[in-house]
Write a protein that binds this ligand. Sequence first.
Ligand SMILES: C[S@@+](CC[C@H](N)C(=O)[O-])C[C@H]1O[C@@H](n2cnc3c(N)ncnc32)[C@H](O)[C@@H]1O
Length: 214
Amino acid sequence: MGRIYDATWGRAFAALYDRSLKGTEEAGLGEMRRELLADAEGRTIEMGAGTGVNLDLYPDAVTELVLCEPDPHMARRLRGHLAEAGRRATVAEEPAERLPFPDDSFDTAICTLVLCTIPDPAAALAELARVLRPGGRMLFIEHVRSEDPGTARWQDRLERPWRFLGKGCHCNRDTLATIASSPLEPDAAEHDRMPKAPPIVRPLIRGSAVLPTR
Ligand SMILES: C[S@@+](CC[C@H](N)C(=O)[O-])C[C@H]1O[C@@H](n2cnc3c(N)ncnc32)[C@H](O)[C@@H]1O
């Protein structure tokens, strides 16, 4: 989107992000994040880490953490959160579609509420598969296109205004299908609901996908 949109709404979106999700986090999303991240291990990369909502939830089994966040307003808050938490991590202000890391260099990749926003999720998943080692896992929580045709129709109708308000978030993506057609194989995926969220972003998938060994 445009430069003025990025400079004004982009800045406000980053500033309001944690507050706008607070009720949802407290009503259950925070617990889902905790359960998901408990399985992270080794060298770990998070895509679109935002303000760093996941930071405090990484287990000790994570030996090194790389946070990819291309939005400068989000990245500034992420660095602030890192400093407050006294946590060591590398912030890469790069899009997930173009990761500046070698092949097979991570054990775990994290995607939470990000494949809805990344402009080219198929390219991002291909890139994520490139940097994951064979047998490595992607752990995800993503809001997705509804399985209910009526809700899906509303997601299609409201996609444009929601995308404007949500700083590029598409509420109607069939993300599980995108994961299934990527080099990763979903090995556990559960349909759930995002608590205390508007109906068009309530349908949720959470689980993991593995990069098959060659
Ligand atoms: C809805 S926020 C989610 C933030 C965080 N992952 C969470 O769980 O709360 C979406 C994030 O994706 C980031 N993003 C947008 N385009 C991206 C891209 N091409 N690659 C990686 N991240 C991107 C945005 O800057 C934003 O921080």
